[in-house]
Design a protein. Sequence first.
Length: 389
Amino acid sequence: MSKNIGNKQNEIARIENVFIFNAQYKLPARDQKILLYLISKINPQRQVRFDRQVIAVKDLEKALKGDGKKWGGLYNEMKAFQKRIIDAKIEFPTEIEIGGRKFSGLVNWFQSIVPVKDEYGNVGIEFLFSEPLKPFLIDLNEYAKINYEEVIPLKSGFSARMFQIFRAHRDKMKRYEKRSTLKYSVDELKTLLGVADKYADWRNFKRKVVEVIEMEINKHTSIKVAFEEKRQGRKVIGLIFNFSDKTNQSLELKIADEDVDISKLSYAQLRAFDLLVEYQIKEAIAVEMIGRVGGSEFRGFEDWYFEEVTHIFEGKTKQENQGAKAGTLVKWFLEMKIFEQGDHFSRIIEKLQIRKKKLQRENVTAWGNRLMAKEMTGREFADMVKRRR
């Protein structure tokens, strides 16, 4: 299944910590931004496998040009990006030993990258993540939430990589410590960043890599970092990174960083959740609204309920800005409770009864699926449908 995706704000990429902390690769910041953008479109609570994802070339061009670096023309940039990312390898440590030394494994980022056209003739690029990455992007256990927007201004791939590490560590440890510390030998850090065979001169590595990481992360992200040199005599043998969350982190980033558990929502509730989020209602509020829908007549049909709610609201509101409309709808629903009784409530009941009778009459299978789905989580229902195919 292909999934078309556009440019949306406040996207969160969820990545398993063990991958962030241990994977070894070197990619330009531009490529890492595309990766994070694609990862942010994965829903690990609802997906059981990777979907094919299509990015319009015009959206990809915006992302690749966003760092202010020299641009070499659309065709050349697309061709170079496609070749770079399909050839890029992720190296990771294993417990397998050969000749007394631990042997590393190699994995590709993608199974395929293919140019495609949509029904209107617009050109896009279709991406399918490599299957070995599933434990790190779908089957999550302990993971970090990387805000795609924070990575956009970063020009250095080293900065983008280390920001993910710092953010993952803070997500894991901020309950226990106000300031975090990570220590690396120079060789360990170079290996992590995919430059083990480069920057033999410490001063060159410090100027082109370490100082750039410190400057860009401090300037553009929610992390504040400073590094110290660890010396053995006159030789620098390691680095100590001290980092913390900025106290003036913007409200938007805090909201975007909130994680919502939708694993227990039913099929109809998940569809309602998608509808409300598409309406620009924040995820946590959408879950709260869904939880307030009572009555057996709505159970298993929460998506239809909110379709009717938004339809009524659209006919009543004078707001034109979508953000303002979303805020007003939330107020009407949670505070004024105008959909819980009276004419609006009666209208919703009537509309749902008509739709239910029509579904029973015209599609017995779909009606039966609706009834079964009431007793399952959305993921359980999706697994059942998959097994039937």
